[in-house]
Design a binder for this molecule. Structure first.
Ligand SMILES: *Cc1c(COP(=O)(O)O)cnc(C)c1O
Length: 392
């Protein structure tokens, strides 16, 4: 079954709930057992890595199980677990493997809050971190130490959108016995299949395209067979969980993800190309554009692009003009997150979060999320706002 069909018919059989098309919302803390024997049987199952029983609300309900199964299948991993946010998925996937004295490698283009976690909590736990150039590829072998246990990838990178040589990095990690965790949020499980490229654990901010409507936060951790029990042990031990109603929203959002992504992809590329032709623009950082960093890896390994990319302006515009440009956009909301149906803009400067990073631009930069609006309206909106850059 292809992914587009799997989204609709995979994992969940309506017959389970008397023909109800969508898995119902189970709100539960206590699950009562029929008797001691029933409790003991389920306890036995839960004590094995593959155990998935109705045991206690925090450990999942049929609502959770249905979405987890769907996501694991879609991504091609062994099993998935849901947590309350994308950030929790990132940090937990690292914590599942990191021990005091370990060294881990994280790409320099990682999502800012993931980096902050590494620089504070991981550091406090005695874990050292080296940030690597996202375009390093197999050259990452030089950075391994005897105690390197985890390589954390995010491809393409936050803000700067470098696409990484995922299989090249995974091969080196495997050789050194390190586990590879990848934040695959941008591509969604539709456009990049991490487990086919050597990743051990994939994480997503389901908050973005999976929920798809800017109305819930959620994270997904998907493990391969080899790492599953370690991930499960950590998630259960730490008490991580996603609420029933949010799980339902994610399940509902997921059904239309393929059609939404197709449009985000198409119009994202159209708007990116239009911007690349504008005299105010220095560079458009969109993985599908040939001049984007790591474009060759995107072309080799990805089957599509989502609607998120960055734009760098030519140097010389005043800060005030740039602010007026951002404020003049009518259809692009100024706000964090992305992946909903609507267009968004967010100014950034990667040098604020990435000390010493290679950022060869002097102009202002901003990130766009291209939503599902008509592209002509989005382009008109951008065109009008760009005029303010020239105002004195
Ligand atoms: C948004 C985002 C996250 C965090 O997700 P939240 O649900 O907001 O915590 C993690 N990684 C990437 C790449 C993101 O874009």
């Amino acid at each position: 079954m292809r992914s587009e069909t799997f989204l609709l018919h995979g994992a969940y059989d309506p017959d389970t709930f008397g023909g109800v098309v969508n898995p119902p919302v189970y709100r539960a803390s206590t699950i009562v057992f029929r008797d001691m024997e029933d409790m003991e049987t389920r306890a036995k199952a839960m004590s094995t890595p593959e155990g998935q029983e109705l045991w206690y609300g925090r450990k999942g309900t049929p609502t959770t199980f249905a979405l987890q199964e769907m996501l694991a299948g879609l991504e091609g991993g062994h099993r998935s677990l849901l947590v309350s946010s994308g950030l929790a998925a990132c940090t937990s996937a690292i914590m599942a493997f990191a021990r005091t004295g370990d060294h881990i490698l994280i790409c320099d283009s990682v999502y800012g809050p993931t980096r902050q976690f590494a620089d504070t909590v991981l550091k406090r736990c005695g874990v050292t971190v080296t940030y690597y150039d996202p375009l390093i590829g197999p050259g990452i072998r030089e950075l391994f130490r005897p105690n390197t246990t985890v390589v954390f990838l995010e491809s393409p990178g936050s803000q700067s959108f470098e696409v990484q040589d995922v299989p090249g990095i995974c091969a080196e990690a495997r050789r050194r016995g390190a586990k590879v965790v990848m934040d695959n949020t941008w591509a969604t499980p539709l456009f990049f299949k991490p487990f086919e490229h050597g990743v051990d654990v994939s994480v997503h901010a389901a908050t973005k395209y999976i929920v798809g409507h800017s109305d819930a936060t959620m994270g997904v951790i998907t493990a391969n067979r080899e790492t599953w029990s370690t991930v499960r042990e950590y998630v259960f031990a730490a008490g991580l969980h996603a609420g029933a109603d949010d799980v339902y929203l994610a399940q509902r959002g997921l059904r239309t993800m393929a059609v939404r992504l197709e449009r985000h992809f198409r119009q994202g590329v159209d708007v990116a190309m239009w911007l690349a032709g504008r005299p105010e623009v220095e560079r458009v950082l969109h993985p599908a554009l040939p001049e984007a960093p790591g474009h060759a890896f995107w072309a080799r390994d990805y089957t599509g692009a989502s609607g998120l990319f960055s734009v760098v302006l030519k140097p010389g515009f005043s800060r005030e003009a740039f602010r007026t440009f951002i404020d003049s956009l009518k259809l692009f909301g100024l706000g964090f997150s992305w992946g909903g149906y609507e267009s968004l803009v967010m100014p950034f400067d990667p040098r604020h979060e990435r000390p010493g990073c290679h950022w060869p631009y002097d102009g202002f930069s901003f990130r766009l999320h291209i939503g599902l609006e008509a592209r002509e309206d989005l382009i008109e909106d951008l065109e009008k706002a760009l005029r303010f850059l020239h105002a004195r």
